[in-house]
Design a binder for this molecule. Structure first.
Ligand code: SF4
Length: 376
């Protein structure tokens, strides 16, 4: 079992908070999608014949591709990937790109899940972060997807936005629920260095939400979504029963995946990670020469342990101490339990039936808690 991730680092405009690699120069799109297909041909063997069960096209904004470009991409991939085993085929879209024609194209290609970056249903908040859609377009986009036969829709929400209050967040989450998605991802805004939002904060044009407000927002989102029947299965992710994102869950389970495209990365399921350059020109030139261009790293045992701690503690399943001991040994488990003791005592973690979890009180501190548990 394996996954394939395709990165489309193209956007029509840049959101002020974003530090992902992407470009607004859409003229490179034709060359780029051909290169991705070329890379697939060069690297599919890395999955050692494992059936590909999830395919995820993310970005950037994959929905900026034209119909012809998307067809080139999917038909090209089809020549190298056995598509028969694919259970989940997700494409990320921006609300204002969603038209009945786009939905038809996605369905024709076999897409059965769409992830939409909505972020907020308050227009003032959307303008503040330079999103290119408004709230009405977001609601309409989900309806268009449903009418076109794509029922499995995920909505992304951001909390801690400049000027956002508990009331406006409540409104956004209620609007999201009213759209009838099957999955919601909710991320806390972070101010990444040198982004326009970072500079706005430096100039005093926006202020960062306090930790207390972010915690209250996190709890509000959790209670609204769980009351609406969503399971909180990962720190940032909620799903209706049976609708957990399979592709992302595979990342957390250590399933091998092949990442194609500039800035994509791959994991062989056994300690080897490969990173493509965050440079479309360099990437396309390399693939056109028939060469791969990733940088490869072999994870050390410590990195492997730390990855395991991080991904397990982010999920509601938690970290199974017995499994951890079998994989990494009794002394690694003892170190982990010793490091966890202070957080267990403060109620930021719990240990029930040998499963370590971060408690709701610890969630806003989860990054710090997890890094305390890391081995060095
Ligand atoms: S659309 Fe997505 S990738 Fe593009 S700038 Fe906005 S957040 Fe970043």
């Amino acid at each position: 079992m394996a996954g394939i991730y395709i990165h489309i680092p193209l956007c029509k405009q840049r959101c002020y908070y974003c530090d992902f690699y992407s470009t607004c120069n859409l003229e490179q799109a034709d060359d780029y999608v051909r290169a991705v297909v070329g890379e697939c041909a060069l690297r599919i063997h890395e999955l050692c014949g494992e059936p590909v069960t999830t395919l995820y096209v993310g970005g950037g904004t994959p929905s900026v591709l034209t119909q012809a470009q998307f067809r080139t991409l999917v038909n090209g991939l089809r020549e190298h990937i056995g598509m028969g085993a694919i259970e989940e085929f997700t494409v990320e879209v921006n609300p204002d790109d969603v038209t009945p024609q786009l939905v038809e194209n996605l369905r024709e290609a076999g897409v059965n899940r769409v992830s939409m970056g909505v972020q907020s249903f308050v227009d003032r908040e959307l303008r503040q972060i330079n999103r290119r859609h408004n709230a009405a377009q977001a609601s309409e986009a989900v309806s268009t997807l449903h009418r076109g036969g794509i029922d499995n829709v995920s909505i992304d929400i951001i909390y801690g936005l400049p000027g956002q209050t508990l009331d406006t967040l409540r409104y956004s989450v209620e609007q999201a629920i009213a759209c009838a998605p099957r999955h919601v991802s909710a991320y806390c805004l972070s101010y990444e260095q040198d982004t326009p939002l970072w500079k706005m904060r430096e100039r005093g044009e926006v202020s960062e939400a306090s930790d207390e407000l972010c915690l209250a927002m996190y709890e509000l989102i959790r209670s609204l979504l769980t009351d609406a029947g969503f399971l909180h299965y990962e720190i940032s992710n909620y799903a209706l029963p049976g609708c957990q994102a399979r592709h992302n869950s595979a990342y957390w389970d250590g399933t091998p995946y092949l990442g194609l495209g500039a800035a994509a990365h791959s994991y062989d399921g056994n300690r080897v990670r490969r990173y493509n350059p965050s440079d479309m020109v360099q990437y396309v030139e390399a693939i056109n020469r028939g060469t791969v261009c990733f940088h490869e790293e072999q994870e050390s045992l410590e990195e492997c342990i730390n990855d395991h701690i991080m991904v397990r503690l982010r999920t509601s399943q938690g970290l199974d101490a017995e499994q951890f001991k079998q994989r990494f040994g009794v002394s690694a488990l003892n170190c982990l339990l010793t490091a966890a003791k202070q957080h267990l005592e403060r109620g930021l973690m719990d240990n029930k039936n040998g499963i370590l979890r971060i408690t709701p009180q610890g969630v806003m501190l989860s990054d710090a808690i997890i890094s305390d548990l890391f081995v060095s």
